[in-house]
Design a binder for this molecule. Structure first.
Ligand SMILES: *Cc1c(COP(=O)(O)O)cnc(C)c1O
Length: 420
């Protein structure tokens, strides 16, 4: 069956025909047959340079030889035991060694579980109930964070099924806005357990903190005994050897990881200093558990991936990111378009508007129709990016300069076509 037929079939059995909403695009998503290196192939016989990369995890490219080998070996020895394994210690040590704020870590199964547990831990540790997040930030799909801003930043449910009563415990305010945050903390500081922030907002495109903003968050939280949680599910092991906290030189109290950490297999993790982390069950009273926590496949995938990701890989992949962003900026200038090429490290995106972009409100003013035409033009010419202005595009270490030049050309031609 081709993608069109498969989508008809899928919609009979899977709500919307997909297992996660972002995967849906019109008229129907392509169904993937395989991936290798920087490329993926659909069942219709098309092949694409992949800049979606599973929404971030695939930093070494699809089917990396070391990962395939290690997972094959692990598979033949069983996939889950319900007992501790030595490899969990090894991956934990690697995370601790790389990550400034981490002395101990708990492995879970997804980024959503990681943020859910980190928030519970922050509440348990501080004895406070409220949290602050930023408008447009994505921290997974649980009640505490499926919350948008109501009056005075008091949270309102951002999904059916999220109780008003639970949404009220989450404030949501604009990113990069020190004044609003100060006001909120002046008024409610003693009730606030944590501020949770994506150091780079990868779920509204690719939005950077303005200089000093993360340091400001660190100061405000220190002064008010609030915990600072960096949600590094995207930036973790992507931006630098020591993740965004190393890149921006700001040390949070807790960090959440996911995506890259499993080497392409489902995983999440949260970590921090010993004093806080020892509050997690069974050593402490904050409950967290999981049948598949620390499962041998994801842990092996993670160990193998982090072994490959040494300092020189980050130098190389970040240089490639710089190269592609320069090409995109040049195209935008050549074509005299009022668009913004954004990104850092191996992350990139084009905002379909010009001017300063500091927060979600600004991103929402992008020309979404034009973005959609751009996405389709890329797809038609063999480049796959996430089908949304509010997602981030990625580069893997398997993307060489020749591939990136192709991407750059296809982007140039797509922009030309969209704005002709
Ligand atoms: C993807 C993502 C999550 C959720 O992770 P899942 O593994 O999809 O549950 C949480 N936070 C951020 C910043 C993410 O990008």
């Amino acid at each position: 069956m081709n993608s069109e037929d498969l989508f008809v079939e899928a919609r009979k059995y899977l709500p919307g025909g997909v297992d996660s909403p972002v995967r849906l695009f019109s008229p129907y998503p392509f169904f993937t047959k395989k991936g290798q290196g920087s490329m993926i192939w659909d069942v219709d016989g098309n092949c694409y340079i992949d800049h979606c990369l599973g929404y971030g995890p695939v930093i070494l490219g699809h089917g990396h030889e070391d990962v395939v080998k290690v997972i094959g070996e692990q598979l033949s020895m069983g996939t889950i035991y319900g007992t501790p394994t030595e490899n969990e210690i090894e991956l934990a040590k690697m995370v601790v060694e790389r990550t400034p704020c981490v002395e101990m870590v708990r492995f879970v199964n997804s980024g959503s579980e990681a943020t859910m547990s980190a928030i519970r831990l922050a509440r348990g540790f501080t004895g406070r109930n409220k949290i602050i997040k930023f408008d447009g930030a994505y921290h997974g799909c649980h009640d505490d964070v499926l919350v948008k801003s109501g009056s005075d930043g008091v949270g309102k449910p951002d999904s059916l099924g999220v109780p008003e009563d639970s949404a009220k415990n989450t404030f949501s305010i604009p990113f990069n806005d020190e004044e609003t945050l100060s006001h909120l903390v002046d008024k409610h500081g003693k009730e606030i357990a944590a501020i949770i922030v994506e150091p780079v907002m990868g779920n509204v495109g690719c939005l950077q903190p303005k200089p000093g903003f993360l340091k400001f968050l660190r100061e405000v939280t220190n002064e008010n005994d609030i915990l600072l949680i960096f949600d590094e599910v995207i930036t973790g092991f992507r931006l630098a050897y020591g993740s965004a906290q190393e890149y921006f030189n700001v040390k949070p109290d807790l960090v959440t990881f996911g995506k890259i950490l499993g080497g392409g297999f489902p995983i999440g993790a949260f970590g921090g200093g010993k004093k806080i982390m020892n509050m997690i069950a069974p050593s402490g009273g904050v409950y967290q558990a999981g049948t598949f926590n620390g499962n041998p496949i994801s842990i092996s995938g993670g160990i193998t991936t982090l072994k490959v990701l040494n300092h020189s890989v980050y130098d190389s992949i970040n240089e490639k990111g710089g190269f592609l962003r320069r090409c995109i900026s040049d195209s935008i200038a050549d074509l005299s378009l009022d668009l913004s090429s954004v990104g850092l490290g191996s992350m990139f995106q084009i905002y379909f508007r010009g001017g300063d972009i500091l927060n979600y409100e600004d991103v929402k003013k992008s020309d979404l129709d034009k973005f959609n035409s751009y996405f389709k033009a890329l797809l038609k010419n063999g480049v796959f990016i996430p089908p949304s202005q509010f997602e981030c595009c990625f580069i893997s270490n398997a993307h060489d300069h020749e591939t990136l030049e192709k991407t750059a050309n296809i982007i140039h031609n797509a922009l030309k076509k969209v704005f002709k």
